[in-house]
Design a protein around this ligand. Structure first.
Ligand SMILES: [Zn+2]
Length: 276
């Protein structure tokens, strides 16, 4: 599932292509992808003919400011990806949304499992949507550690589960949360409220470096290659992961085999030696 570095990588490749372009046609071929609007037809009706101002992002959501005070929202779900293509290029299977601009370019959303979505919201609809519930973006607005200390106090939920809670901080998912916990030397199943101030500072301090490293390598494409960059290349951070997906392989720090435990319904990879 694409997380913050993957979505930010997509945003950075889409921005120069889409910002300042006008939308000349919209095709939603699978109505499920437009399910977040009251009527699936809203997506096409609202985007057609409009100018795209700015391509932004909060957490794992892409948000484009559109002429007419509208916000175009995209989420890649479990298996979605976005391609930029010339209208003459053949479409990949599972291309469910195609948005063409006056630059003879198509933005195509490919999503075999259809958990992703495209929506176009008025300011009121945006304020009522799940986006309004998102916490601060983990890359752009990561809260300082005193805020973390206050918000973790007394919490019995596992720290891993809290890191995945998009209302706490937006953008971390299973891969990067495991990496951050491993670097910080904290067990993923520790109750959030049991972390010392020192541990909280350490944990917070690793969020940016890990996300930045993910970005530098174009994100993480797992072996299923569901996530690819808009130009079709794979993100290469997979080979840099130290915890996620490494069950049974030696910890880089101390050689102890990495363990896999299910926490809050999600696989967590961690080292029983250096994560306490
Ligand atoms: Zn270790």
């Amino acid at each position: 599932m694409p997380e913050l570095p993957e979505v930010e990588t997509v945003r950075r490749s889409l921005a120069p292509a889409l910002e300042g372009a006008r939308i000349v046609s919209v095709a939603v071929r699978h109505p499920r992808l437009a399910r977040r609007n009251e009527s699936p037809a809203d997506v096409g009706d609202r985007l057609l003919g409009r100018l795209i101002h700015r391509m932004g992002r909060i957490g794992k959501f892409l948000l484009a400011d559109i002429e007419g005070d509208l916000t175009w929202v995209m989420h890649l779900g479990m298996s979605g990806r976005i391609e930029l293509a010339h209208p003459d290029e053949l479409e990949k299977p599972h291309t469910h949304v195609v948005i063409t601009t006056d630059r003879e370019q198509e933005m195509r959303m490919v999503d075999p499992r259809t958990f992703g979505f495209v929506a176009v919201y008025t300011p009121e609809e945006l304020a009522d949507s799940t986006i309004a519930d998102l916490g601060p973006d983990a890359l752009d607005h990561l809260p300082r550690s005193p805020v973390w200390v206050r918000r973790l106090a007394g919490r019995r939920v596992a720290i891993k589960t809290l890191l995945l809670d998009q209302r706490f901080v937006a953008g971390l998912g299973n891969i990067y949360a495991d990496e951050v916990l491993h670097r910080a030397g904290i067990r993923p199943d520790r109750p959030a409220g049991s972390l010392t101030t020192e541990e909280i500072k350490r944990l917070r301090a690793f969020v940016h470096p890990i996300l930045q490293a993910g970005l530098r390598w174009g994100g993480t494409s797992l072996s299923d290659l569901t996530y690819l960059l808009p130009d079709g290349r794979a993100g290469e951070y997979l080979h840099r992961l130290r915890a996620y997906g490494r069950e049974g392989l030696p910890c880089y720090r101390d050689g102890t085999p990495i363990e896999r435990t299910v926490i809050g319904g999600r696989s967590s990879f961690w080292c029983p030696q250096c994560q306490q």
